[in-house]
Design a binder for this molecule. Structure first.
Ligand code: APR
Length: 228
């Protein structure tokens, strides 16, 4: 029986809540160039474009509801006899809306960051270039999102969790972006069993011992049932 479970979620867990994924057919990276909207260089070049991109995603996230997969993970965290750590690559707040505690390794739409002093505050629905920082007053507010080329958040804490877990699950992620795509190897190194839940094979499927293929809203609740 597992004592400590670490779960990594990706955009696929929020797909059935109506939020776009990145690399599926017609996904966000088919509609926008990563270098324009998800890099520090893109923000420096055209902050208005980047703010518009995240304002659109904030507006969509505000309309979305957690689905059965988010709710099942929150139930697992509440009812499981051991520890359940949820690490998400997602920037929506659907895990929290379902009642779960989560580590946002790529930041959050609900948070704003001051590029001048590092202060964080609750992001307004709409941000614009020159967004004033409530702490230092500089017009250096930016989305509190980890862009390509920037260091994901909470990595030391996440690595400690991976080294101490005996079950690692990845849900709704294509396994194409590191360091998250490497978590399964770290978990295996720590002796954990590994399971992947996805609509289809991902780039890191080979590294997982078990696979549950199907929509997260179906496979995650039934997986949680087997653990409670
Ligand atoms: N149920 C389960 N899995 C699904 C569903 C669903 N209903 N719909 C899509 N998926 C799966 C896809 O098969 C794919 O493997 O979700 C995955 C989505 O992959 P990506 O779009 O690449 O999203 P993700 O893996 O979260 O991207 C990682 O890349 O662009 C960066 O920072 C961004 O956090 C993001 C990171």
């Amino acid at each position: 029986m597992a004592e400590k479970i670490v779960i990594l979620t990706g955009a696929g867990i929020s797909a059935e809540s109506g939020l776009g994924t990145f690399r599926d057919e017609g996904g966000l990276w088919a509609q926008h160039r990563i270098e324009d909207v998800a890099t520090p260089e893109g923000f420096a070049k055209d902050p208005a474009l980047v703010h518009r991109f995240y304002n659109m995603r904030r507006a969509e996230a505000a309309k979305a509801q957690p689905n059965a997969a988010h709710l099942a993970l929150a139930r697992l965290q509440r009812e499981f006899s051991g520890e359940v750590v949820i690490v998400t690559q997602n920037v929506d707040a659907l895990h929290e809306a379902a009642g779960a505690e989560v580590i946002h390794m790529h930041g959050a739409l609900a948070s704003a960051l001051c590029a001048a002093c590092g202060h964080r505050w609750g992001a307004p629905l709409v941000m614009a270039p020159g967004e004033p920082c409530p702490a230092c007053g500089a017009g250096a507010g930016r989305p509190d999102i980890v862009w390509f080329g920037e260091m994901p958040y909470f990595m030391e804490q996440i690595e400690d969790h991976l080294l101490g877990c005996d079950l690692f699950a990845a849900i709704g992620t294509s396994g194409q972006v590191y360091p998250a795509a490497g978590f399964v190897q770290q978990a295996r190194y720590a002796g954990a069993r590994t399971i992947e839940m996805n609509l289809r094979d991902s780039d890191s499927s080979h590294a997982f011992e078990d696979h549950l293929i199907g929509p997260a809203s179906k496979v995650v609740p039934s997986w949680v049932e087997t653990l409670l």
